[in-house]
Ligand binder design. Structure first.
Ligand code: PRX
Length: 635
């Protein structure tokens, strides 16, 4: 059994162990799993190269640790509880035994399609149990899954498929989201016109929408598994064999394929899930994330299932049929742990308390948040109205790259403080460094958040571009992993995440690169150049503010061009990247060497042009006044 912390004293003791002897600490966690062969050495690392390996030469299969290891106790317990988009539709509950059978049948189907260990399988699916089945089937046979969020456009999907050179795409005829249907197969068809490596696409029937099935390429999911046996021998994997790739945005235009490997990711997600949420056998745990993001990978699928938990998977959106949907689900399934994003909390808060009234929320024991800083108002509303002042809030800080939660309270153990992620988990060694790379020791300090010792769940590389891994995370500061976040450590040693210090923005908990959005805007035929920055947004946390320079205006005038830019971004990246504000400007503020001074644009977008700092390096100071005059926020 994965070790569990029960008290503050226990937490402090584990933290001390994690620092004094990280190898012994992580050995003890890893020993709770089933290894075909035990590892020879716990960790080898060199942040200069960078090279990180955990549980060296250990052999295992992660699905064997979800299923076979626990079947004698868990076979008939619910593994996935699935709540459909439409509350009128029947739900589904898959026990561990049933889930294993589905995983095995699909794993056999993938093998029949020629998928072998190390091959990449892309998934572009709605939030239905088959998405988890597809991922676990890949893990069963050693294929590397690459899930692409189903809100991304055809072009984004194609870019990710091509980067990973995936051979199979798993998708569905469509996906329900509130009152809408996303035509996933049509979008996938557009993408696949540009994906030469894809041999087959397996299509789940979900919405019954009319779609084209391409002869020789497309197969229905139900046909693919027809007649396949419910047994599939798990592939023996090395600890460091890749488990999955998940793309995330960075500060350059091209998304990064973050690579996680088997043994370390398993150990880390299982340990953090059990401890942070204080999961007890029989509890119902509900994470509202989409599996297309890391939160869904680690804390809907792997972390819970490795602990034999009941994980609730919700297909729909928080606002449909009305803004009480989450609370209806909590009441319906007597949810014990509830994990969501601050943006959802703020959106529901704005709708008023009437949607909570009369809903039974007394099953709740733990509330969690993730993805972006939570403001105090939202924290208090969550604590008072949802948790009824009874439930600890775990504000969990982590990233796609970290694989699992890094800084967070342990529910009911760590005293919380609104808007603070509090303290690192045992085995995690954060440091605060100033811009020159000097470690700021002691409390009451503010700077860049880095991690100075490896942890099992950390990324191993960026798919196909190890140099970029080095440049992005290990070059800025010597011998440490740089997170890209700013942080404050207060007088009590508590960590408060201040947000990104690079050109990444966090919109409704979705991570986007400003360069990525600029590239999409610049594709517009009338656009000469653009600069995108984040600005404070009451619901989304950050909104997208685009400063755009056009050569000429089209016949629709300024509004016409704004609309067509929006459409373009929607098509190239997806709706999540559409700017909230587009300001057409005569030119952008640049230094003499031609670099855009984003600092100035950020200030203007924040509505604070009173103190723009040093602008003497600007090529043309007048342009700043012109931009301020035309600003679409109060400056
Ligand atoms: O800026 C931090 C913010 O989200 C970034 C990571 O985004 P992503 O890789 O998409 O993963 C999100 C889900 C783990 C971080 O660099 N972030 C994440 N959690 C928090 C947070 N900011 C403040 N508080 C958090 N709890």
């Amino acid at each position: 059994m994965v070790p569990k912390i029960h008290s503050l004293g226990g937490y402090i003791h584990e933290c001390q162990k994690g620092i004094a002897n990280p190898e012994a600490f992580w050995n003890q966690v890893a020993e709770s799993f089933f290894w075909r062969k035990r590892w020879d050495k716990t960790v080898e690392w060199d942040f200069k190269k960078p090279e990180i390996k955990w549980f060296i030469n250990g052999k295992l299969n992660i699905t064997e640790n979800i299923f076979e290891k626990n079947l004698y106790t868990h076979a008939n317990l619910p593994a996935i509880i699935w709540e459909p988009n439409n509350p009128e539709e029947a739900n589904r509950v898959l026990t561990y035994k049933e889930l294993l059978a589905e995983v095995n049948m699909f794993a056999n189907a993938l093998k029949r399609l020629g998928v072998r260990k190390g091959d990449r399988v892309a998934l572009y699916m709605p939030m239905v149990p088959e998405l988890a089945v597809g991922m676990l089937a890949c893990a069963r046979i050693g294929a590397i899954h690459s899930v692409v969020f189903a809100g991304f456009s055809a072009q984004s999907l194609a870019d990710r498929i091509n980067d990973a050179e995936a051979t199979i795409l798993l998708t569905a005829d469509g996906g329900y989201r509130g009152s809408k249907i996303t035509p996933l197969k049509d979008i996938a068809d557009d993408a696949l016109m540009h994906c030469p490596t894809i041999k087959n696409s397996v299509v789940l029937k979900r919405t019954g929408s009319s779609i084209n099935m391409k002869e020789g390429r497309d197969i229905w999911w139900h046909d693919a598994i027809h007649g396949e046996p419910a047994h599939c021998e798990p592939e023996e994997m090395d600890s460091e064999d890749e488990l999955f790739i998940l793309y995330t945005s960075g500060s350059t235009g091209k998304p990064k394929g973050i690579v996680h490997t088997t043994g370390g990711y398993m150990t880390y997600t299982a340990y953090t899930f059990k401890n942070v949420f204080q999961y007890n056998p029989g509890d119902v745990y509900f994470c509202t994330a989409d599996i297309g993001w890391i939160t869904g990978h680690s804390y809907i699928v792997y972390g819970p299932l490795l602990n034999g938990a009941q994980t609730l998977m919700f297909e729909g959106v928080p606002s449909w049929p009305d803004a009480g949907r989450f609370w209806d689900i909590v009441a319906k399934y007597k949810v014990n742990q509830f994990y969501t994003a601050p943006t959802a909390i703020r959106a529901l808060l704005a709708k008023g308390s009437e949607f909570i009234e009369g809903k039974r929320l007394d099953s709740l024991k733990v509330l969690g948040t993730v993805g972006e800083p939570i403001n105090e108002e939202a924290w208090h509303w969550y604590h008072d109205h949802i948790g009824k002042n009874r439930c600890p809030i775990v504000d969990t800080w982590w990233q796609t790259e970290t694989g699992g939660i890094m800084i967070s309270p342990i529910a009911g153990v760590t005293p919380t403080k609104p808007s603070f992620a509090t303290m690192p988990l045992p085995g995690v060694q954060p440091v605060v460094v100033d811009n020159s790379g000097k470690e700021l020791v002691g409390n009451s300090v503010e700077g860049n958040l880095c991690i100075k010792y490896p942890w099992p769940g950390m990324l191993r590389t960026i798919w196909g571009d190890h140099e970029r891994m080095k440049d992005t995370y290990f070059s800025r500061f010597e011998n440490m992993y740089f997170t890209g976040d700013g942080v404050k450590r207060d007088e009590d040693g508590y960590y408060r995440i201040l947000g990104r210090v690079d050109d990444v923005i966090n919109v409704s908990g979705h991570r986007l690169g400003t360069a990525e959005i600029e590239n999409a805007i610049n594709e517009h035929p009338l656009v000469n150049e653009s600069a995108v920055v984040g600005y404070p947004h009451a619901i989304k946390g950050q909104g997208i503010y685009a400063f755009v320079v056009c050569g000429e205006l089209s016949t629709g005038g300024e509004d016409g061009i704004r609309n067509s830019i929006m459409k373009g971004v929607n098509k190239i990246i997806g709706p999540i990247a559409k700017p909230d504000i587009i300001q057409l400007v005569p030119s952008l503020p640049k230094t003499r060497s031609g670099k855009i001074m984003r600092r100035i644009l950020r200030k203007i977008a924040e509505g604070d042009a009173s103190n723009l700092g040093d602008i003497t390096t600007l090529l043309d100071e007048e342009v700043v006044d012109q931009i301020i005059d035309g600003a679409l926020v109060d400056v």
